[in-house]
Design a protein around this ligand. Structure first.
Ligand SMILES: Cc1cc2nc3c(=O)[nH]c(=O)nc-3n(C[C@H](O)[C@H](O)[C@H](O)COP(=O)(O)OP(=O)(O)OC[C@H]3O[C@@H](n4cnc5c(N)ncnc54)[C@H](O)[C@@H]3O)c2cc1C
Length: 619
């Protein structure tokens, strides 16, 4: 989720191979050496943040969940429980970890087990470490920053963060806001691609902002027709009331029910090339193209062409997007694990968490009061009279296990819950399945230096209709002992964000589902080609050699990324409230957490729902 400095490997189908070949040609793919993938080694200590290649939903992480949800596999359940706990938490994301922590505070003697199907804890809040020239370069693989903590965080969330030692104001001060534009003299830009615009062309804007009325003279350099340039310039510099003649109520209704894309295409009558340019304005932040954004939401997001329609504007204060740890919100997950499992992560402050190495051998130690079991998928949860039975599979093992607990908190993927909790009432199952998550890709490329970017004069690119819509040098944060690149000669990470390119569908859910199908047709090599192909184009433009500069690549594939969030065009407030109220209902001794049950893809919701579920379970 990136608003920058302002607001807001498997089966390869033949069809996908054909599509992949087109991408190959377009991006001049050159295969990588083993340098860019790191496999777990039996000789090295278990340390997932250092694993590269396919991360996020890495290989094997979805085997058992897909067996249940897609193939409807029926498992033979063991009759005897091997372990007993007071609480079992399913899902070691920020929500599950917050829930476990609050439960422990309320019941300090409680024995707790947390399970997660991934090889690392944190859920979407994942940390990746590169080693470049003997230096550790840290980045985030998913959940990036605290989004608007002043306005959007509840008292409870603030309280928890304070308890963890997080002071968001101080965190914001570690963000080097003047580094790229001020010190390195770099600007924002736009990278046009040959497939849509007839040529690969970089247009550098004359400031560090996105395209706006003040820098719209750059449109002159766009590789689009003169007619499209004129229309786009007008849209940015002299928007008019394209809805004149309609009453205030009619305008409001139009803005709520019409997509920004349809408005631009049918009301403003923008030429096709101008529409292509604007199509991904919303993709990085919202996870969908402007076909799923209403005119009202376009106004709220500050998109061009809607300011003079006479619509009421949202007056809420904007907060800068600077509340960021180098590994993103993985630091919050790590701070929680530090509290839950003493000795697993050394230190005591929000500064020293950044460079502290987690000792993964401590996580599932039988001596612990709280145990965290990775690579472990809960495949069924059954209520008993005063307890729950949780059945799980651990990757690499053949047999199922049963554990018993007084309580269970489900903080996993919401739409999976109906398959795991068969006793859930049907109407609640339907509500859970309404949370169709957004497929996303975060490619992280470590470079020995940023000289190519310095030569091009850019640090951040909007890349409409490309496999990745956003490319930027990593958020510049110096915190504790961790120093971000000070000059363009230092190692740095390039962040690329991609939303599988599904442009059409009758609803946002259909777009997300077909985006996921598209994503699932691509193997790791294709994802890597797409990311490196874009970088190669830029390096060629700069006259620099990517192969000599490349130090590593990790692609975080989030087939189920952002939680579903109410989409104005298709969901009413009443529907959202009814669905989330049902999703939050406990099922016997099983309590529901996770940001999914709030239909909200933000850290604050993950924490808030975790705390609420813990209060219920510990009552
Ligand atoms: C790419 C990306 C960027 C984001 N950026 C931001 C951001 O900048 N700011 C922000 O506030 N939010 C951001 N988010 C939203 C993010 O989802 C939340 O911030 C938060 O991390 C969600 O936490 P969670 O615990 O609810 O869910 P998750 O992080 O999804 O954790 C749930 C965990 O449970 C596991 N699980 C599910 N089912 C089972 C099972 N049956 N057995 C065992 N384990 C299971 C899952 O695999 C997962 O590891 C981003 C999300 C993504 C994908």
């Amino acid at each position: 989720m990136s608003k920058a400095f302002s607001r807001r490997r498997f089966l390869t189908a033949a069809a996908a191979l054909a599509g992949g070949a087109a991408v190959l040609a377009a991006y001049k793919y050159k295969p990588l050496s083993a340098l860019t993938t790191a496999e777990p080694s039996a000789r090295l200590p278990y340390y997932p943040p250092a694993l590269l290649g396919l991360r996020g939903n890495h290989e094997g992480s979805q085997t058992f969940t897909h067996a249940l949800a897609i193939h409807e596999k029926v498992f033979t359940l063991p009759e005897k429980a091997e372990e007993t706990y007071d609480l079992v938490v399913v899902g070691a994301g920020v929500s599950g970890l917050s829930a476990a922590y609050r439960f422990l505070q309320k019941q300090p003697e409680a024995k707790i087990l947390i399970v997660d199907n991934h090889d690392d804890f944190g859920g979407h809040a994942k940390r990746t470490e590169f080693t470049v020239n003997n230096q550790t370069v840290i980045t985030y693989g998913g959940s990036e920053s605290l989004d608007s903590p002043k306005n959007n965080f509840s008292e409870e969330v603030h309280f928890l963060l304070k308890d963890l030692g997080v002071d968001y104001v101080r965190l914001g001060e570690h963000f080097q806001q003047d580094l790229y534009h001020g010190k390195w003299k770099l600007n924002s830009g736009i990278l046009f691609n040959q497939a849509t615009f007839g040529q690969d062309k970089l247009v550098v804007l004359n400031d560090n902002e996105e395209l706006n009325a003040d820098n719209a003279d750059s449109i002159e350099n766009f590789p689009i027709s003169e007619e499209a340039k004129r229309a786009l310039t007008l849209l940015y510099t002299e928007p008019s009331d394209y809805l004149s003649g309609k009453s205030k109520t009619e305008k409001h209704d139009f803005a709520e029910t019409t997509s920004y894309y349809d408005f631009l295409a049918n009301t403003v009558k923008l030429p096709e090339e101008a529409l292509s340019f604007l199509s991904d304005l919303s993709s990085d932040y919202w996870g969908h193209t402007i076909r799923a954004v209403s005119v009202s939401e376009a106004l709220e997001s500050g998109y061009p062409g809607v300011s003079e329609l006479g619509l009421e504007e949202d007056e809420s204060e904007e907060e800068p997007y600077i509340y960021h740890f180098p590994d993103g919100n993985a630091s919050i997950a790590r701070l929680l694990v530090r509290k839950l499992i003493p000795g697993a992560i050394s230190g005591s402050t929000m500064e020293d968490i950044v460079t502290a190495k987690a000792d993964y051998s401590m996580l599932d130690n039988p001596e612990n009061q709280v145990r965290l079991r990775l690579n472990t998928t809960a495949i069924r949860i059954d209520n008993q009279a005063d307890s729950v039975s949780v059945y799980y599979m651990t990757q690499g093992q053949k047999q199922l296990h049963q554990i018993q607990a007084r309580k269970c908190i489900f903080a996993g993927h919401g739409a999976l819950a109906p398959h795991i909790i068969p006793s859930m009432p049907e109407e609640q199952k339907t509500a859970m399945k309404s949370n169709v998550k957004i497929p996303m890709l975060y490619a992280k490329v470590a470079l020995k230096n940023a000289r190519a970017f310095q030569k091009l004069g850019i640090f951040k690119l909007y890349m409409p209709t490309s496999a990745y819509c956003l490319l930027q040098l990593d958020d510049p944060v110096n915190i504790g002992d961790y120093q971000h690149a000070a000059t363009a000669d230092d190692p740095i990470v390039v962040h690329m964000s991609g939303i599988p390119a599904v442009r059409e569908g009758d609803t946002a859910r259909e777009m997300y589902r077909s985006g996921r199908r598209l994503l699932n047709t691509k193997n790791y090599e294709q994802l890597e080609q797409e990311a490196l192909g874009i970088l190669r184009t830029l390096f060629d433009m700069a006259g620099e050699n990517l192969d000599e500069t490349l130090a590593g690549i990790a692609i975080h594939r989030w087939a189920h990324g952002y939680s579903y969030e109410q989409v104005g065009l298709w969901d009413s407030d009443e529907e959202a409230e009814a669905a989330t109220a049902l999703m939050r209902r406990p099922v016997g001794n099983i309590h529901m957490a996770g940001s999914d049950v709030a239909w909200m893809p933000y850290l604050q919701n993950a924490i808030g729902e975790g705390l609420r579920a813990a209060h219920e379970a510990a009552a």
